[in-house]
Ligand binder design. Structure first.
Ligand code: NDP
Ligand code: 8X3
Length: 252
């Protein structure tokens, strides 16, 4: 039977790759992100290749009222969300805490923690009422380790780990699955965003080794959301072969 997945942050990287893969695997999709034209282009491409139905919502997940308005605008036939993939997120800058840029902290906390909370608060009640549903939170190796100058980003991803556990506990008796997927370095727009559009700095992150690709994480997410009803993947850590710990790379 066809299921509906809502993917936040589907305009790029992991979210986009996941949209493409789920569309090929019997999912209808609600895709979100701020860049509306990217969502429209992606939807058009997917629809030429698959039978997937797609609904687009363009809003800033840091804004609670925009997020609520978007979810409340869903036509009735789109209100049964089977899978919520909380993927939208970013790192902004790298700095010691004592030299940290407050605006960067706000962006990361508002997107990675508060945005994820707003979305879950809006979508989870209907899952609970139906007694079924699956929430997948995209965490990171940065949710398990803290690296120099990664202070606030790492803290937001540690929060995602903790919230994943909290959601699982709170929704346990309602039959809701809650999972996290925690990647190491994935080559997406992540580093470009982190370094504010500095392509040279962004490229250096992936120099000399093969990072993960967004499609690797999409495949992991597909695995997580297609287990039998009695199986929940609590957390899955996926690393490039050439990466051990968050800052230990084997570069050739
Ligand atoms: P990308 O920068 O390629 O994609 C990020 C997505 O998040 C975009 O679709 C962007 O959409 C969306 N987003 C960011 N801010 C907002 C906002 N305020 N409102 C709505 N949407 C927003 O990065 P990735 O695909 O790599 O990142 C996806 C997730 O994976 C993030 O949570 C990240 O922390 C996590 N992750 C990434 C890793 C990596 O190495 N790349 C490793 C581990 C975890 P738009 O700008 O159009 O709004
Ligand atoms: C992204 C991976 O190690 O750059 O979450 O923080 S890392």
């Amino acid at each position: 039977m066809k299921r509906t997945a809502l993917i936040t942050g589907a305009t790029a990287g992991i979210g986009e790759a996941t949209a493409r893969l789920l569309a090929k695997n019997n999912f209808d999709l609600i895709l979100t992100g701020r860049r509306k034209e990217r969502l429209e282009k992606l939807a058009a491409e997917i629809q030429t290749q698959t039978q997937s139905k797609i609904h687009l919502l363009s809003f800033d997940i840091r804004n609670q009222s925009e997020t609520e308005k978007a979810i409340k605008s869903l036509p009735k036939e789109w209100t049964k969300i089977d899978v919520l993939i909380n993927n939208a997120g970013l790192a902004a800058g790298m700095a010691t805490l004592q030299e940290g840029v407050i605006d960067d902290w706000e962006r990361m906390i508002d997107t990675n923690i508060k945005g994820l909370l707003y979305m879950t608060r809006l979508v989870a009640p209907a899952m609970v009422a139906r007694g079924e549903g699956h929430i997948v939170n995209i965490s990171s190796i940065a949710g398990k380790e803290t690296y120099p100058m990664g202070n606030v980003y790492c803290a937001t991803k540690h929060a995602v780990q903790s919230l994943t556990q909290g959601m699982r506990l709170d929704m346990l008796k309602h039959g809701i699955k809650v999972s996290s997927v925690s990647p190491g370095a994935v080559e997406t727009e992540f580093s470009l965003v982190r370094f504010n559009g500095d392509t040279e700095k962004a490229q250096k992150v992936y120099d000399g080794f093969t990072p993960l690709f967004a499609s690797d994480i999409a495949e992991t997410i597909l695995f997580v959301v297609t287990r039998p009803a009695h199986v929940n993947i609590d957390d899955i850590l996926v690393m490039p072969t050439a990466q051990a710990f968050s800052r230990e790379f084997y570069r050739k």
